[in-house]
Structure formats: C-alpha cells, structure tokens
Ligand binder design. Structure first.
Ligand code: SF4
Length: 442
C-alpha cells in the first residue's frame, strides 16, 4: 500500500486541470485577449473544440458541475440558440484557420438535449470549422440513454462515450441522489457496442457516504467485467458551503481520511491487477486504448477533462463557463447562462476572465504537468537548488527521489503527486526559480 501521511493528505491542493488554476483567473483578461488569441491561430494549427451543455434531466446531490435542471424547455432552447450563435461567431473570427481534430461534448449531460439537437450542433461545427473526420466524444447520463441515442451517436460518427457510473451499490446511489441499477448500465454498454461504439469511459467514485471497501470492490469487479476502455476513479469532495446541493447528503457517514486513502489505493491496485494501465493519479486505460499508448510514450497531458492524449495546442471552449486554452492564454466564458446569452445576442465573444501564461507560468505549468502525467520531471539548473531544499522532507519520507536533475515521484508517492506538483505553483509552493527575471523577459 502507498505510505499514509495524514498531515500531508490534509493539505488542500488544486486538481491542476490547468496552470494557472481557475482560482487565479482575473477579470481583466477576457474577450479582447480571447479575440487576439483567435486571430493568432495559424492555418494549420490543430484545434480541439469543447461544447458545454449545462443541463441535466436529474440533478445528482454530489455534483459540483455548472449545471441546472433541463425541465424548462424554453430555457434549453434559448441556450442552444446562443450556442449556435457563439459557434458562428468564433468560426467567423477564425476565418477558416486552424484544423479541428477533436470535438467533445460535455456538461452537465449533453443527452439532456434531444438527439436531433445534438446532430444540428454537430452539423454546424463541421460546416463552419475546418474539420476533417474529427474524433468526436460525448459525456452521457446513462439514465437518459435510449436506443435512439445509440443510433444517432453512431450515425454522427461519435467514437467515445463517457458514462457517469459512480457506484453500483444501491444504498450509496440512494444516499447521493442518483439511482441507476447495474442492469441498466449493462444495457447502455451493450447498446453502444451494438452500434460499434467501443471506446467507453466509466467515471467511478470513492469516498461516498456509507461506502465501504467491500462496496467499492463490488463496483470495481462489475466494472472490470464490463471492460470499459477507460476508467476515472475520483474522490468525492464534500463542500456543501460551496455546492449547496450537497446539503442533501448526510455527511455523518462519509468515510474518514484513512478509509478514503485505503479506497484510493484499493482502486489503483484492483484495476492495475486487472490489466489496466494507470494514467496520472486517477485514470486507468486498457492497454489497447490510445491513452495507454500515450502513457507508455510519456505523451499524456492534463486539460479540463482530466488526463488526455490530446496534444492540440489550442482548445476552444464553447458555451457558458467553457474554458479555452491557447499557448499564451487561458480564458473562461461567462458562467451565468442569462448573461452569456445577452453577450452573444450583442455579438460579443463571451470570455470574461482568464490568465495570461507568461514564461514563468509556462515553465511551472510544464513541470507540474510532467509530475502529474509522467510521474517525473527534468529540472533546469535554475530550479534545482530551491526544489531540492523545498522537497527535502518528501525525499526523507521516500515519496520522491532525485535521479541527477530528474525529480521522480516514487510509486509509493502517487497519492501525493498533486502536493509535490503544488510546490512549483507560484501561488502555493515554496520553489523559486533562480533567474525569474531572465525567464520573464524571454
Ligand atoms: S448527471 Fe452528471 S453533470 Fe448532471 S447532475 Fe448528475 S453528476 Fe452532475
């Protein structure tokens, strides 16, 4: 088992789906910077598109996503109209530059909209952007899945589907407000495979109310039997002061820190013993999956959807709260759907906050990415003195080691990878570069 250091685990650290993190986004970096970044995209630049659908048929109590109930259909229709306008606006600004290689639909639950609406959005994207047979993926709420959806996804050439599974234990499903029997998930998986959609991801969770190791083990056993090509195993974060819907969850029987730690370890051990390749600290892929290839070849990176083999330098997020990333910039669209619609109606790009990636941020972000995705990072001389000093305690605990100038997270230290990476975070860590001024001016 990984070594257990409760004092270290108690320290809050970001998930680093970007660096700088969303907490450092500022209001003075918005639509103007976004427009300039779009203008700087070159004809052959690979682009990934992300389309955000912030609606769900049923809201789960644990969910921290920017999503709302899809009940009022006119609200959904207004949002889809705004989304189409934003697609047209961004495509016009690009003027045919950039080559779209991937399109991802996320949320929320993209299947909160009707299948025909998804097809319309996809048609618009394929018509207005330069996209030749892009890889198309979608997140689905299994509860709203139907044979019609499988048919439409196959016809639309969707190749990867992510399913929110979380747990198969009925008593936990009741405790988190998300009932979906194992037999239903089996039907969804079979329905997708029937249409030759074999790239299926499962999202699972540990640290859920009243979840025991045996509950988790049962879910892992059924998961391994169903053999999704990728699995994410996330720890539930109970933050009712920030996420009011979580107040519906009885916090009195949440697993304690020790049990959470054992669950994370058990998941890692069970899935790797079953042949899954570990990717980063919470993803697993079948050896035949492209993410496993990327892990073997040290090409994995981290973006807003987790660990990925996507190497496009430009990610354009479309929809309320969607995040776009360029080599020198990260921006986030307006989160409030009403304000987002108003901005679009007045013909404006909707980015309202973000961060400029300067040379120091870029280098820190690269080191953080390497540590989280590859488990090691080569450090330039200018970082070494400070890093060796700041990480001495971790070395003493045998969580890290140094191979000359290479910082290596030990297998035993995987649970602390984010904490180690955070030492390189300009806002949270202690590590300084010896010649920051030189770097900033390069
Ligand atoms: S279906 Fe997914 S996005 Fe929607 S509320 Fe549940 S967990 Fe959140």
């Amino acid at each position: 088992m990984w070594s257990y250091h409760p004092d270290l685990l108690a320290r809050p650290v970001p998930r680093y789906t970007s660096y700088p993190t969303a907490m450092e986004f500022a209001d003075d970096v918005g639509a103007d910077a976004y427009g300039q970044a779009l203008d700087a995209v070159e004809a052959a630049t690979p682009i990934s598109l992300y389309v955000h659908i912030p609606f769900c048929e049923q809201i789960c109590w644990y969910c921290g996503c920017n999503t709302g109930a899809a009940g009022r259909r006119h609200r959904l229709a207004d949002y889809l109209a705004a989304l189409q306008s934003e697609i047209a606006l961004v495509a016009k600004r690009l003027g045919g530059r950039g080559r779209v290689q991937r399109i991802a639909f996320g949320g929320g639950s993209p299947n909160a909209i009707a299948p025909v609406e998804l097809v319309r959005l996809l048609d618009l994207l394929l018509t207005l952007f330069d996209a030749h047979r892009p890889e198309i993926s979608i997140e689905l709420d299994p509860r709203g899945f139907s044979a019609e959806w499988a048919l439409v996804l196959a016809a639309a050439r969707v190749t990867r589907v992510s399913l929110g599974v979380q747990t198969f234990a009925l008593h936990i499903q009741q405790a988190i407000g998300r009932i979906q029997p194992l037999s239903h998930i089996e039907r969804v998986v079979a329905g997708l495979r029937l249409r030759d959609i074999d790239a299926i991801n499962f999202d699972l969770m540990y640290g859920l109310p009243s979840q025991t190791l045996a509950d988790l083990d049962d879910t892992l056993e059924e998961t391994i039997r169903l053999a999704p090509s990728r699995i994410s195993l996330f720890g539930y974060a109970h933050l009712p002061h920030m996420i009011p819907r979580q107040r519906q969850i009885d916090a009195s029987n949440l697993p304690d820190h020790k049990l959470r730690f054992e669950q994370a370890w058990h998941g890692y051990e069970r899935l790797t013993n079953a042949g899954y390749v570990p990717v980063g600290f919470d993803h697993f892929a079948l050896p035949s999956d492209p993410l496993a290839d990327a892990a073997r070849e040290e090409r994995v990176s981290r973006n807003f959807q987790g660990f990925t083999e996507d190497d496009s330098p430009v990610l354009i997020g479309i929809g309320a709260s969607a995040i776009s990333r360029f080599p020198d910039l990260i921006v986030q669209n307006e989160k409030r759907a009403g304000v987002y619609r108003d901005l679009i109606a007045s013909g404006q790009l909707t980015a309202v906050r973000g961060a400029v990636i300067d040379a120091d941020n870029r280098e820190r972000g690269h080191i953080i990415n390497e540590l989280l995705c590859q488990g090691s990072a080569n450090l330039e001389l200018r970082w070494l003195r400070s890093a060796r000093s700041a990480l001495a305690d971790y070395e003493h605990l045998q969580i890290i080691r140094w191979d000359d100038d290479r910082l290596v997270v030990e297998d035993d230290g995987l649970a602390y990878a984010r904490l180690i990476a955070a030492q390189f975070d300009r806002c949270r860590g202690a590590i300084l570069c010896d010649d920051v001024e030189d770097m900033v001016s390069t």
